[in-house]
Design a protein around this ligand. Sequence first.
Ligand code: FE2
Length: 383
Amino acid sequence: MRLTSVEVIEEGAALALAWDQGTRARFHAFWLRDNALDAATRSPGNGQRLITVLDLPAESRIATATSDADGGLAVTFQGQEGRYAWPSAWLHAHRYDRPAPPPAGWTGPALRRWDAGLDWRADVADFATAAREPAVLRRWLAAIARDGFAVMTGLPLESGALCRVAELFGYVRETNYGRWFEVRSEVNPTNLAYTNLGLQAHSDNPYRDPVPTLQILACLENTVEGGESMVVDGFNVAERLRQADPTGFALLAGHPARFEYAGSAGVRLAAKRPMLELGPDGELLAVRFNNRSVAPLVDIAYAAMPAYYAAYRRFAALVEDPALQVRFRLEPGQLFIVDNTRVLHARTAFSGSGRRWLQGCYPDKDGLLSTLAALTARLDRAA
Ligand code: FE2
């Protein structure tokens, strides 16, 4: 890739570039100077920027700009020492002068929205194999990054073993529930009519700030009838809502909800965040949905409250749509992991005699994405 045209415009305040495959883009002088690649601007060791915006003249202007021998860009700035150079491909990859925003997913692999047809079995990994073989671990982590959900088998039937899964890629976040927590249910064998209620699909701990970004639920025992696990892609649900009811989507995204939890041991957790959290460019960042911990909603104007509740109900109805849900039964030694900012999880009702014993913990997504990126770079280099 080479530059075919370099033109100083706006009296040196900007440059207009053209590449050999037809792309054109303008760059501001200040942006170029701030993003210089020389060793005084960027650390050659770790790539971190060594200057602040206050180190640069507010009125940075380009003195000269040419295409260098490699087809890249060479620039000098008025009143500044030095000549700065950028490869043409770097400039092309970082151009911002274009109508469409860059696609989401810069922080990790692209997301794949899914429904009941998700072929999650294709990405099931065995614990010991993933621990031993980097390519297997990469594939499993990539599935989590892409789908926000994956299943693992072969976990030792030991209390706390789920933390070893988190340690394959990152760290467990300890909370007031401990390093891990118990999800135990026992059906009363003397009263077979007794039914353990199902739970509506939800994201965990929306009353926490920040919320846990991943959750692992591992099964140690499951002898009940029913008691299946169910997951729903909250981003897919939100997108369905956005298409069917853009006004409702905007209401859930545009108003804070409140979530709270008051535990018995002096715990009082509260967070004020929207149910659908958007970035400034409209990218969906997080879904918070939990009927058990939503607090009285008081941040929505009187006139807007009926429409807000209508949108909330519509979102909830989509969550209940079996066409969007993936159901499966966790057997002892199996676990599932969800991106808790995206995928909602639930338990269906169960009855009969028997016990259901799960353990949960909260690792974080930054560690997963970091390990995935590093593994990918290492495996690609070796290939
Ligand atoms: Fe949960």
